[in-house]
Design a protein. Sequence first.
Lengths: 246, 246
Amino acid sequence: MSDTSFDHKDCGTCPIRHRAVCARCDTDELAELDVIKYYRSYEAGQPIIWSGDRMDFVASVVTGVASLSQAMEDGRTQMVGLLLPSDFLGRPGREFAPYDVVAVSNLTLCCFRRKPFEQLMGRTPHIGARLLEMTLDELDAAREWMLILGRKTAREKIASLLAIIAQREASLAHSSTSDGMVFELPLTREAMADYLGLTLETVSRQISALKREGIVSLEGKRRILVPDFDRLMIETGDDADGGLMI
Amino acid sequence: MSDTSFDHKDCGTCPIRHRAVCARCDTDELAELDVIKYYRSYEAGQPIIWSGDRMDFVASVVTGVASLSQAMEDGRTQMVGLLLPSDFLGRPGREFAPYDVVAVSNLTLCCFRRKPFEQLMGRTPHIGARLLEMTLDELDAAREWMLILGRKTAREKIASLLAIIAQREASLAHSSTSDGMVFELPLTREAMADYLGLTLETVSRQISALKREGIVSLEGKRRILVPDFDRLMIETGDDADGGLMI
DNA sequence: CGTAATGTTGATTTGTATCAACGAGTGTGG
DNA sequence: CCACACTCGTTGATACAAATCAACATTACG
């Protein structure tokens, strides 16, 4: 069932060893983390946490994709975070979850019991420093997303989402974005709509339009082929260089 | 000219001493910060930094309000951060600014030269820990904002903005939100529109509607009076309790 | 094979943007 | 002192992008 199962228990072979919250830890610190860690797997679609639940762990995403979302009483839902491998889930010092967390694809988490993790963080600056860096990156991503939500057209939103996923996949796989690229879209039309503040019908129409114009093509429902990444970038409405300044 | 001028140079009397990035610093650490700090003031409307500029400092907002915004080539603008007193501006390790920063009201910053600040951060965990905490809070605020941008109606957006400002002012002033409250709205209609992903005309119309229905009233253009805060909260679309869970 | 989940497409409605005119307040210079 | 320009805000008429309502297609699955 699980096509992304993860059966390592050893940080030495962990696929996110050098990107996750533990990236800067030395051997001793890893050993300390090892004592309080455990793996958990979820199947695509399974809920991980409901907003308001007590949360006694924090975690790194090892494989798969999870979403954070906020729901209004009448059912309107906005995704507010998309957790890809190496992303961190939870907040040290926080007892109750403020968002719903769902496994979008099959998912493996590397969980740490929260209390001991907090204590360990107090002792090892490496962890706090890395978490700060990751949180600042997430804040930047959230701000880019705010521009998408507030000011982009439906077409630009879709193009932006595809470009973001494509770039993140490319960076994980160390492949180039320049020539034709193919990637798996881990989201349903509804999840994309919740990400972008659209309805699923609008998502479907805009994807069809991009397809019709040859900017993307599909293999099945989920596999996306982008023959010319620059062409896609034009449709995002962003300036060509992507505005990267580290 | 400046009605919010700040002429202390002493952290002991600083209004944000216990909320800013230096909140947890002891006397020795404050002394170290003192060596690399300087104050700068801006008048309402003045630009502080343009996106792409080199940034050789980081700073705390001492008094006043600043905005972070992202602009698209065609002029569409989205505000992505609103910095109130005690909020932190800049990112350690980052050389170029990714956003435009503007003084929305008269503003005083407590600036730290970036390089020495980074070094100091490496030595004093208190600063990094506080910055992590503040960044996590900002991330939460950004996520609440994403729900507003993606899923709320124009009316709900306006009500949400008013509620957010009202609550933050109340918490700074240690006053209650329960009975009638009055506060200064530091934003122009255009800035509100950029915050909420609306046009200024729509902002104006929705404020007029809330006024017509007695949910708010205005003294002049900027002074807002909220006779019944719960009534305003209903208009935000959020559930009554505000969903606070620390 | 039937049923449910997911996705596509069409017809219509609607909320907000856009275009446009105007009002109130403020500062400036003749 | 008043005419003028300029900024900021309000209000009205109209256009349009996306939501909504609805039907149907495709795929997965017991």
